[in-house]
Design a protein around this ligand. Sequence first.
Ligand code: 16G
Ligand code: ZN
Length: 532
Amino acid sequence: AVYTKAVNVGKEKHPRILDERIAYGTAGFRKRADTLDHVIYRMGLLAALRSMHKKACIGVMITASHNPEEDNGVKLVDPMGEMLESSWESYATNLANVNDDDLGSTLKTIIQQVGIDPEVKGHVVVGRDTRPSSESLSKAICDGAEVMVADVQDYDLLSTPQLHYMVRCINTQGAYGEPTEDGFYSKLSSAFSKLMQKVREPSAGYVASLTVDGANGIGAPKMKEMMKHIGTILNVRIVNDGSTGKLNHQCGADFVKVQQMPPQGVMLSPGHRYASFDGDADRIVYYFQDNAGHFRLLDGDKIATLVAGYLKTLVSASGIELNMGLVQTAYANGSSTKYITEKLLVPVACVPTGVKHLHHQALCYDIGVYFEANGHGTVLFSDTAMQKIEAAGSDESLTAEQRESAVCLKNVVDVINQTVGDAISDLLLVETVLHANGWNAQQWNAAYTDLPNRQLKVKVADRSAISTADAERKAVRPEGLQAAVDATVAKYFSGRSFVRPSGTEDVVRVYAEADTQTHADQLAHEVSLLVF
Ligand code: 16G
Ligand code: ZN
């Protein structure tokens, strides 16, 4: 009966209107919002199946992150708040592309292949960003999940990381926190308040005040809520809060990172600290104007090194034995990698682009710090790490100073959203470290100097003609391309460059870095000519 109902509801309320094939990629499905209704309905169906299979609550987020306002998208969230397991991506793609009439039989096939017990009741939770199209699309999710007789809980407006947090809270019966918005703010803000109470050097450069660009998205109202819980210990001014500007237009973390300039609505004042969220608040970058009047970006690499350095100090001060690793992608600035390995003495792993790859690798350490240069990242603590940290906080055989560092570490854990990169949580984490170190933005930036770099996109006939290996650092097809890239790179001092097909746009991306901006620009340009 559910199979027939799935077809009927699909035909009546969410008919397939898209002719071209759509694929579940690194960030789920993303397209123009007006072509997505049936895809989203079908993800409601699939989320219910996934929930029945895992016997756990599954999340669905309606957002297209930093894409233009006219786009939208959908992502499924697995039981511990992580990205949907890769093996299910093909079920998602398949279900999204079949004709309305074949919906029932496709569902049946998935149920049989996976071995799902049709008697289990599913539980699906839904969140959406502030896009005008998101409200009706979230209804399509509910329709799909309800056809499969799942319980549906609609959280309405949430940032992407908040939805991930809810899923984990629900599936751990509250052990991770309360599955409510208030629970989210309370958990993070109470840990943050304790960390900010610690005294620091009187000569310190830290000032507890910054400006946040909300990208005219969901991050702005959610950050405002967080500030109600935080009070006066941190002074945050929010611009691009969605009251006048357009989502992601000339603002937000992606704009600032790619354009390497401040967003609309921000007049840089020297010495002040700024941060930009992206449209669904799972990315953050910082920036400031240095004494010479130059715009300085503190991107995901800078955040990763700041956080890893601080955690390393805390771990060693608490005397706990824990291994730590840092995960980056090919986009990480060469100077950051050098600094982490040679100065911080923390091992670095490089993985392909996409949160799921970074997250997966970070699980290999007691403490795994991962960040993409674009500002998406978080820190993962293993169960062993959590137990050791908890125990050390009250271990009488340790010195008072060691115990205090362990308690501090525990509070740091509670400020962090371990499910996924979270702009709000990352902001509190960065502020915690800057406060503890007594640093202003300039002092933070001084750890290492970024190599000048350039990103370009190249439109090609068929981007799938390029395939890569070695965490996207080497092109293995077409033949001869990598040799040509190598020969070009060899002409530049401190040169490095790679090409990779985008996972979210129909383009090939080129990255280059070199000793000067002019050389980085030239190298990127030369390499882009090799891609045609
Ligand atoms: C997606 C990824 C992001 C990655 C970006 C690269 C997730 C949740 N998001 O937004 O991590 O940096 O794609 O896009 O995995 P590209 O393949 O077009 O360069
Ligand atoms: Zn995002």
